[in-house]
Design a protein around this ligand. Structure first.
Ligand code: EPU
Length: 422
């Protein structure tokens, strides 16, 4: 077993570099299944969700070659028309992109239900609705997997209006529609930067996608895609996590390889709370000298405040000068980390999707658990802020989405290390 030990109470200082975006990486990697050629993907984060995605591609017959740190070449020319291994598909959420990719490439798919973090119910009815509109039949009667196929052999473009804003549904519909006959129009689409990144990658490969980043995405189907070299956008959630780590420790971090525009909702809240954020072309400098002011937040789809920053921001709010309120409008059960934060002295009451955060907490070191990926990031932040030794169990969750986080934090002064135990 492994745990992470933090000897906290040290202000983080220096330069820290953000890696490529997890949620863009997993979409782009599965989208390479549509390409009968070699794709080189750069700025790929070294995280377990990426390693599992590459394992899945390899198991299907893709040639995957690591060209260097954060750079791989993927050739899906000889991918076999067979179901991906269930045990791998079940290990991650984004394996549901295999449905769109298989429908586009082979006209049918049988994929195990995806895994991922537990935030309550995570339906995929909108993905299924999109596939059906494009001409697929979808069978969800089996407990273990979803089966879908296109009776006519090829999906046909049409109008999709999503009932709710869904990142995964938008990505899956784009992936499915790229090689379809005719034009697909997705309305009420999600606008996250990783959707734009996926569309850019596919357009580099010869697809015809316009409007990504707005709520209407238009995809004109093409016959075939060719290979390309593509560099992923920086991870805004990793950047935001480091911004909060700087603020929580009263430090000063120059956070490099970011797109400041993607961070605007986070920057605005931190500024409101009394944190200094200076923007450069591809970096932000975050520092805090004074106290933290209370604030209220509602998580929203992009460009609103991201739900994937909920636990990290709640941790900072615990240290503010009064009661803050955080409403998560995206997931109905994202507050499982609160019990862990309470072990470190936080005073938080959760009612439904709202957390009432008392403020004024001086975090105390404790032994805590990462209950999911971003919850684990929150435990790191609280551990860095608390004077004394914090131990975090189940750190593998954090490694699903944060590239080399221990080394990166050590580089800016954190006393953090991973240890094995029986
Ligand atoms: N929803 C439906 N039906 C659907 C799809 C979604 O009702 O068919 C609902 C969900 O229940 C949720 C809301 O719509 O209430 C948003 O879900 P969305 O589909 O946008 O989420 P997702 O695609 O499953 C991605 C990220 C999550 C992130 C959410 C929201 C990936 C692989 N995952 O999930 O990231 O929280 O968007 O931004 O891209 C993380 O990185 O830690 C993470 C959990």
């Amino acid at each position: 077993m492994e745990k992470v030990i933090i000897d906290g109470g040290v202000a983080l200082e220096g330069k820290i570099t953000v890696s490529g975006m997890k949620n863009a990486a997993v979409a782009v990697l599965f989208a390479t299944l549509l390409v009968d050629d070699v794709c080189v993907i750069e700025n790929l984060p070294n995280i377990s969700d990426v390693r599992i995605s590459l394992e899945i591609l390899k198991s299907l017959g893709a040639r995957v070659e690591v060209l260097g740190e954060s750079r791989v070449s993927i050739d899906c020319t000889r991918v076999r028309n067979e179901a991906p291994p269930e045990e791998l598909a079940k290990k991650m959420r984004a394996s549901y992109y295999l449905l769109g990719a298989y429908l586009g490439r082979f006209g049918h798919a049988a994929i195990a239900y995806p895994g991922g973090c537990d935030f309550g119910v995570r339906p995929i009815d909108q993905h299924i609705k999109a596939f059906k509109i494009l001409g697929a039949t979808v069978d969800t009667s089996r407990k273990e997997r979803i089966e879908t196929h296109v009776p006519s052999g090829k999906l046909a473009g049409d109008q999709i209006f999503f009932d709710c804003i869904t990142v995964g549904g938008t990505i899956n519909a784009i992936i499915a529609a790229v090689l379809a006959q005719g034009t697909t129009v997705i309305e009420n689409a999600a606008r996250e930067p990783h959707i734009v990144d996926l569309a850019n990658f596919l357009n580099f490969c010869g697809a015809s996608i316009t409007g990504a980043g707005t709520d209407t995405v238009k995809i004109r189907g093409v016959e075939k895609l060719h290979g390309c070299t593509y560099s992923l956008v920086p991870d805004m959630i990793e950047a935001g996590t480091f911004m909060i780590a700087a603020a929580a420790t009263g430090g000063r971090l120059y956070i490099d390889n970011v797109i400041p525009e993607h961070l605007e909702a986070i920057t605005a809240k931190l500024t409101e709370m009394g944190v200094d954020v200076e923007e450069f072309d591809d970096a932000v400098l975050v520092s805090r000298k004074g106290g933290l002011k209370r604030a209220n937040i509602r998580t929203k789809p992009y460009p609103g405040f991201p739900t994937d920053m909920n636990p990290q921001m709640a941790t900072l709010m615990c240290m503010a000068d009064g009661e803050s309120r955080l409403v998560d409008t995206i997931w109905d059960n994202r507050f499982r980390y609160v019990e862990e934060l309470k072990r470190m002295g936080a005073e938080v009451t959760v009612d439904g999707n709202t957390a009432f955060i008392a403020g004024g907490t001086k975090f105390q070191p404790a032994r805590v658990r990462a209950v999911d990926l971003r919850a684990g990031a929150a435990m790191i932040i609280a551990g860095l802020a608390a004077t004394g030794r914090t131990e975090i169990d189940d750190f593998f969750y954090v490694e699903r989405g944060y590239d080399n986080v221990i080394e990166k934090l050590r580089g800016v002064g954190a006393n953090i290390r991973k240890v094995q135990y029986e």
